[in-house]
Ligand binder design. Structure first.
Ligand code: ADP
Ligand code: MG
Length: 322
């Protein structure tokens, strides 16, 4: 049996190359971070519980990556640069194979974003993963939800609706041609849009990462900013596989599917060139999907500019409680 300390040392502790921001990592009662002058600390936490946020028996390598990716995505949505994270783990057993796969993929993604594991907590219990992440952003430059302005363009990165499509196929809610079964194999790894978020500092107004479906997440921006919006529902960016689905499924999965982890952001029309340059600089595709208006509420329009009468709250018939 592994002791708690052996487990931490073997799977989660690595030599910490000293950086400007990290004074002390794993091993003491607290980690120590230095906040450089002119910077603000962006902090976020996410808890993933087996059976609620991921399936029992999920591949631990996928779980390790996703656990950190959802947190990195929150930093991306604020335009923050990742610095470090804490990992609180409840494990039913100390399974060596599981821990190896989980920690390897987690730390691999951490390396990709130069985000160091600086501490955590480990306890026995139903499988639960709680990561708290720290990033930095220059004073006043964070991309907040409450600063969308009337007249702003609304943009979305990447494509949306694929995670919901994969789930629908898995649950056999819909059937697709055999040749497209690969959507299940690729497991849709989240690509945290850190580079895009940072490139949008000083250009974009509001931003959010799409975790619960575009419509609901955009409404968070609208309500915090006291504005409304028009959304071009049938121009939302989708993959070629989702494009082959019916109109109702396309609308459903893009608007309220969830787990996309793309960025939705607003920016002034006069910044369009800079927005496109930021997207190119970060090698991320972006699509203009709507406009911020003064009248509160979210209005959905089709390709003929016809207002659609869709109730977002009850739109996803398949959606289960999260
Ligand atoms: P304490 O009892 O003082 O809270 P712990 O015994 O819980 O300390 O942890 C010892 C050290 O190991 C601390 O620096 C803590 O941050 C770190 N740690 C514990 N669990 C993890 C984990 N899952 N991942 C990374 N670091 C961890
Ligand atoms: Mg502890």
């Amino acid at each position: 049996m592994l002791s708690e300390f052996q487990l931490i040392t073997r799977y989660f502790t690595r030599p910490l190359l000293k950086t400007d921001d990290i004074v002390l990592g794993i091993g003491d009662d607290c980690a120590l971070l230095k906040i450089l002058s002119g910077m603000q600390l962006a902090i976020s936490t996410d808890m993933l519980v087996e059976g609620k946020h991921f399936f029992k028996n999920i591949n631990p390598a996928i779980l390790g990556r996703q656990s950190l990716a959802v947190n990195l995505s929150d930093l991306a949505a604020m335009g923050a640069q990742p610095v470090a994270f804490m990992l609180a783990l409840a494990l039913p057993t100390a399974n060596k194979k599981w821990l190896t796969l989980f920690s390897k993929s987690l730390l691999k993604l951490a390396d990709e974003y130069n985000c160091k594991l600086i501490g955590g907590d480990t306890t026995k219990g139903p499988l639960t993963i709680n990561i708290t992440i720290f990033g930095t952003v220059p004073h006043g430059q964070a991309l907040r939800r409450d600063v969308a302005k009337v007249g702003d363009d609304i943009w979305v990165s990447g494509t949306i609706g694929d995670a919901r499509l994969a789930l629908a196929i898995y649950r056999k809610e819909i059937h697709i041609k055999k040749t497209h079964n690969n959507i299940l194999q690729i497991n849709l790894p989240i690509i945290p849009r850190i580079k895009l978020g940072i490139a949008l500092r000083g250009i974009a107004h509001a931003a959010i990462d799409i975790s619960d479906g575009l419509a609901g997440d955009l409404i968070h921006i609208l309500e915090s900013s006291n504005v409304g919006a028009l959304l071009y529902v049938d121009s939302l960016p989708i993959s070629s596989i989702l494009r082959q689905q019916s109109l109702i499924i396309r609308r459903n999965f893009t608007l309220s599917g969830g787990d996309d982890y793309e960025l939705c952001f607003t920016s002034p029309v006069k910044q369009r060139k800079k927005v496109i340059a930021a997207a190119m600089h970060s090698a991320t595709t972006i699509t203009r999907v709507g406009i911020i208006e003064a009248t509160p509420g979210l209005r959905l329009i089709d390709t003929n500019d016809k207002l659609l009468n869709i109730d977002i709250t009850t739109f996803d018939h398949f959606k289960t409680e999260k």
